[in-house]
Design a protein around this ligand. Structure first.
Ligand SMILES: *Cc1c(COP(=O)(O)O)cnc(C)c1O
Length: 452
């Protein structure tokens, strides 16, 4: 007789196709099947406990099974689970929009809902495109993105994506975008040289091509999926200023960085930048439900506001746009962030993490430790002096994360970069334990050959 866990594992293998996963590898090992969560811990069907060291892929804010968030959903469930925003409204969608505008960089005035970061990005791209169309400037149709950018996996989002491993096969399906360098302080000779490379790339492009460009899209301050790349200070505000000067819209993709992750409510706040369009997702609902939003200025909104016959309407929407359950839990999550002073707390916790990670910097194969707030990426290298990367076939990041799992913490690597993005609610003691697991995993794989 197969046990329940064996049955689940067999059914998983038979029926589920996992995202970003080579199923041939996945099917070789006993799957990790999560059954429940509590605070910053997740428990599998065998009852084994793991720290959620990556916030369930950068989503979770207050931990799992938070009484206040559960209550917000059940309260809303007692009223209505879903009703559309197409031509009508619902209570939580209105209340959340008001709250988002209160906390967003000032100048952002309107909220357009969707259900994932990728759809939020699609909406920003289409709004930017139609904004110029509606204003009669029909030549402004192309987009600028940054090298190694990740904006989600739908076709428009992939068209402004620039990670060859994920995006190259789809190239023939995509619209072409301009790619400017992303400042890489580690490999481009320090923050100033790296920032100048990116800024001069953008300056040159805008000076010669601005009349054909609709918008620049940027992951502000922290480029996540490329390996937690932190922008040198001043770069973001300078890019925003260049866009304004050349009449190009500035789109901030805050899907990963939004809601306190970097130590500010939004990464744009770190340089007092107000984008024309801002996309939020991931942490919006505290990591509970799929909800995203695209925020716009009055200037952008105004270009669509006209008599129906002028054909300026934004014809875009999704079945679950503004879902009341998602909006209710998002609103409660934002209130909890305030009640618990969570964003201020991130700064203190980030210092603790930085100090505890300090000794790792001296290890033989730790090339670069990048951190902003509670977003951390540790780049492992074969040779520390020459910054020579590990061969991708060695799967060094995967091995470190498997070792961390064995030691009781979950996370996912980005190539040779080990990612640590704990829930913002993690206590100092929990953070210390997680960092210790991370350090031990890195040392045992890179210095003691674990899993080779
Ligand atoms: C995760 C992410 C997205 C995509 O969000 P999904 O909800 O997975 O579609 C877009 N942009 C950034 C910066 C992200 O980190």
């Amino acid at each position: 007789m197969a046990t329940r866990s064996e049955q689940l594992a067999a059914a998983d293998q038979s029926y589920v196709w996992h995202p970003f996963t080579q199923m041939k590898d996945y099917n070789r090992v006993d799957p990790l099947i999560i059954e429940r969560g509590e605070g910053v811990m997740l428990y599998d069907i065998h009852g084994r406990a793991y720290y959620d060291g990556f916030s369930s892929v950068w989503l979770n804010v207050h931990g799992h099974r938070v009484p206040e968030l559960n209550q917000a959903i059940t309260d809303q469930l007692a009223l209505v689970a879903h009703s559309t925003l197409l031509g009508m409204a619902n209570v939580p969608a209105i209340e959340l929009a008001e709250k988002l505008i209160e906390i967003a960089p000032k100048g952002l005035k309107k909220v357009f809902y969707s259900d994932s970061g990728a759809t939020g990005v699609e909406i920003a791209l289409k709004m930017a495109f139609q904004y110029w169309h509606n204003k009669g400037m029909r030549g402004k149709t192309s987009f600028v993105t940054m090298n190694q950018a990740y904006h989600g996996d739908t076709i428009g989002a992939v068209s402004v994506g620039a990670i060859p491993l994920y995006h190259e096969v789809f190239r023939p399906m995509l619209f072409p975008s301009h790619v400017i360098p992303y400042p890489d302080a580690y490999r481009q000779g320090g923050p100033e040289a790296a920032a100048e490379a990116a800024l001069s790339g953008l300056r040159l492009l805008l000076e010669t091509r601005a009349e054909s460009i609709a918008a620049l899209i940027v992951e502000p301050i922290v480029q996540g999926a490329s390996g937690i790349m932190v922008m040198p200070h001043g770069c973001l505000s300078e890019m925003a200023a260049l866009c304004r000067k050349h009449d190009v819209l500035f789109i901030a993709d805050e899907v990963a960085t939004g809601f306190g992750r970097t130590g500010a409510m939004f990464a744009c706040d770190l340089e007092e930048v107000t984008p024309d369009l801002m996309v939020v997702g991931k942490g919006l609902t505290g990591g509970y439900l799929p909800l995203a939003a695209t925020l716009a200025t009055d200037e952008v909104y105004g270009a669509f506001y006209a008599d129906y016959e002028e054909r300026k309407t934004f014809f875009h929407g999704h079945s679950y746009t503004g879902n009341p359950l998602g909006c209710a839990v998002a609103l409660r999550s934002l209130q909890l962030m305030e009640e618990r002073n969570l964003v201020e707390g991130v700064k203190v916790k980030a210092n603790l993490v930085e100090q505890r990670l300090g000794p790792l910097a001296d290890r033989r194969h730790v090339g670069d430790i990048r951190q902003k707030g509670l977003m951390v990426g540790i780049e492992l290298v074969r040779d520390k002096v020459s910054c020579e990367p590990y061969d991708w076939k060695e799967r060094i990041g995967v091995r470190v994360c498997l070792r961390a799992r064995e030691l009781g913490m979950l996370t996912r690597p980005l190539g040779n970069v080990v990612v640590f993005i704990p829930p913002l609610s993690s206590t100092e003691a929990e953070l210390a334990s997680m960092v210790d697991i991370l350090s031990e995993a890195i040392i045992s794989v890179t210095e003691q050959g674990w899993g080779a």
